[in-house]
Write a protein of this length. Structure first.
Length: 238
C-alpha cells in the first residue's frame, strides 16, 4: 500500500512539474510551431505563385505565337513585348528571340539584327548570347559584309565550340556574297574537314564547294584563283 501511495505522489509531482514547464515554455513552443507552419505555407504559396505566373506567361506566349503565325505581326509583336516586359520564368527570353525572328519574317532585317544584338548584350546566359549573335550573322549574309558577320561570330570558330561550323557557314556565305571566293572556300573547307559537322550542314557545304569549283575556285587557291573566278563570273554574266 505504501508503495502505491508513493507512486501516486511521484506521479502527481511529475504532472505538476510538467504543467509548470508547459505554462513557462508552452507559448514559445506554440509560437515556434506557428512560425514553422507559416514558413512552410509561405514557401508553398511562393511556389504556387511562381507556377501560376509561369502558366500565365506560357499562355501569353502561345497566344502571341498564334498571332504571328496567322500573319498578324503587329498584334503578335505587341503580345511578345508584353511577355518580355512582365513574363515569368524563361518566357521573356523566348519572346525576345521570337520577336527578332518575326521582324526578320517581315523583311525588317536591320530591326531584327538590332533585336538579336540586344539579346547578345543583355542576356546572362553565354550560350544564348552566342546563339543570338549567330542569328544576327545569318541575317547579315546577304549584305556581303564579312566584317559585320565576323564581329558577331568570329569568336565562335574555335575548335570545340558547338557553334563553330554554323559560324563558319555564315562567314563563308558573307565572303561569297562579297566576291571573296577564296576566303569563302577556306571557311567551307573547314566545315567539310570537321568530322563533327552535322550531316545537313555538311550537305549544304558540299553544294557550296561544288559551286565554287564550278567557278574555278579549288582548295588551297591563292588570290590569283579568286581573280580568275571573278573573271569567270564576269564572262558568264555577259
Amino acid at each position: 500500500m505504501s508503495d502505491e501511495i508513493f507512486n501516486e505522489v511521484n506521479e502527481d509531482l511529475r504532472n505538476e512539474r510538467m504543467r509548470k514547464l508547459w505554462r513557462q515554455f508552452g507559448p514559445w513552443i506554440i509560437g515556434a510551431a506557428v512560425v514553422i507552419v507559416l514558413i512552410v505555407a509561405g514557401n508553398e504559396a511562393w511556389r504556387w505563385w511562381q507556377s501560376s505566373q509561369q502558366n500565365a506567361s506560357a499562355e501569353q506566349f502561345v497566344a502571341a505565337l498564334d498571332e504571328v503565325e496567322a500573319g498578324n505581326y503587329e498584334a503578335g509583336l505587341e503580345a511578345l513585348n508584353a511577355v518580355e516586359t512582365s513574363g515569368a520564368g524563361n518566357y521573356p527570353t523566348l519572346a525576345s528571340f521570337r520577336e527578332a525572328a518575326a521582324l526578320a519574317q517581315q523583311g525588317q532585317v536591320d530591326e531584327a539584327v538590332a533585336a538579336y544584338d540586344a539579346i547578345a548584350t543583355t542576356q546572362n546566359d553565354q550560350r544564348l548570347r552566342e546563339l543570338a549573335s549567330l542569328f544576327a550573322a545569318y541575317l547579315l549574309v546577304d549584305g556581303g559584309d564579312p566584317l559585320a558577320v565576323s564581329q558577331r561570330v568570329g569568336d565562335l570558330q574555335v575548335d570545340g565550340h558547338p557553334l563553330r561550323n554554323a559560324a563558319r557557314e555564315a562567314l563563308g556565305l558573307s565572303y561569297y556574297q562579297a566576291g571573296q571566293f577564296v576566303e569563302a572556300r577556306t571557311q567551307f573547307d573547314a566545315v567539310a574537314n570537321d568530322p563533327a559537322a552535322p550531316r545537313n550542314l555538311a550537305q549544304r557545304i558540299g553544294l557550296y564547294i561544288a559551286q565554287l569549283e564550278s567557278q574555278g575556285v579549288t582548295g588551297g587557291d591563292s588570290a590569283d584563283a579568286e581573280a580568275d573566278a571573278a573573271a569567270t563570273d564576269a564572262e558568264a554574266s555577259e
